[in-house]
Design a protein around this ligand. Structure first.
Ligand code: AVI
Length: 321
């Protein structure tokens, strides 16, 4: 007996920074006057799981608000987005958000992009069984520094999908550069992007400092990740999680604050931290709809449309290339 062959997704891993360059970047950030690390270091295997848990917390409104927004306005959004394009899912993870849009957007091809193909393998293989007629490609690429999509994506318009307000983890200047790169990559298609909006600090801060302490664990797990990558000797209990809203900069800031004076050492370097001194681990910018629209237009998009939920907490923007 023979079985029809099942479609299989293709996978490509684009080269990653070499470990020495990563260690140099981390050491530089830790030894800067205001110690800092790039937000991507929050996401090792455990960090990614803790982030998934964050999205289920009662205080963390963005994920469920965005899902409700897409469900409520899906048809109107689909009316704007070109059919038959290549759907490129940036930071795809478990690919769930994009999969919910397949019926509406009717892509000709699905490309899931995440920092490592290993994060995509299972999800894409399961999804391929559910959608056997849709060609799928998994791309391992760290696009936080530069969005350089491989030639394997082929020609033709692309709809880039960047949900979850991950754009908020770039500074507005970095966001502008990134949005320009996305526009070039869209080849005449466009960008569908989820953006968290400005709201009172009483609503914002608990989303980043939840009662269960999941976000605290997510932030502190960075130290374990640094110990692995840099060979440092951070002791987690010496640090406390801090989240605050910087109104002037319109951003949530996450820090890890030293609970005592201490020295952290790693091969070839060290840093002394005074009691209360902190490592700045993440920014999460919150936009006013008009400001984000202006950013998209400055990046060269020709037409922008936005949908928000009733409370005006979250925005979904379609920007035509
Ligand atoms: C991935 N990113 C959009 C999240 C955010 O809200 O900025 C990361 C996060 N950090 C703490 N909680 C969630």
């Amino acid at each position: 007996m023979s079985f029809p062959s099942l479609p299989v997704p293709q996978f490509i891993q684009i080269h990653r920074d070499d470990p020495d360059a990563i260690r140099r970047e981390l050491a530089q950030g830790l030894q800067a006057a205001a110690a800092h690390t790039a937000p991507k270091y929050l996401y090792d295997a455990l960090g990614s799981r803790l982030f998934d848990a964050i999205t289920e917390l009662p205080e963390y409104y963005p994920t469920r608000t965005e899902a409700a927004l897409l469900a409520a306005h899906g048809a109107a959004i689909a009316a704007e987005v070109p059919k038959g394009a290549t759907l490129v899912d940036l930071g795809a993870g478990n690919c769930e958000k994009a999969a919910r849009l397949f019926g509406l957007l009717q892509p000709a091809r699905y490309v899931a992009v995440d920092i490592s193909v290993d994060y995509l393998r299972n999800a894409l293989q399961c999804l391929q069984r559910q959608f056997p007629a849709l060609p799928m490609l998994g791309v391992g690429l760290d696009f936080s520094a530069r969005l350089d999509l491989p030639a394997e994506l082929g020609e033709g318009p692309r709809v880039l999908f960047y949900p979850g307000s991950s754009i908020g983890n770039f500074t507005p200047e970095e966001a502008l550069v990134f949005l320009r790169q996305v526009r070039a990559a869209a080849q005449g298609g466009g960008l569908l992007i989820g953006v968290d909006l400005v709201k009172p600090a009483e609503l914002l801060v608990p989303a980043y400092d939840d009662a269960l302490g999941v976000t605290a664990a997510f932030n502190k797990n960075l130290l374990l990740h640094l110990n692995q990558v840099l060979g440092s000797d951070f002791a987690v209990h010496d640090w406390e999680h801090m989240a605050s809203f910087n109104t002037k900069a319109s951003r949530i800031e996450m820090h890890l604050r030293a609970r005592r004076g201490l020295t952290v050492r790693w091969p070839g370097g060290e840093r002394r931290f005074a009691l209360g001194e902190s490592i700045h681990t993440e920014n999460s910018y919150k936009y006013r709809p008009a400001d984000f629209q202006a950013l998209l237009l400055a990046a060269g998009y020709t037409r922008v449309q936005a949908w928000t939920d009733e409370r005006g907490w979250f925005g979904m923007f379609w920007a035509q290339g």
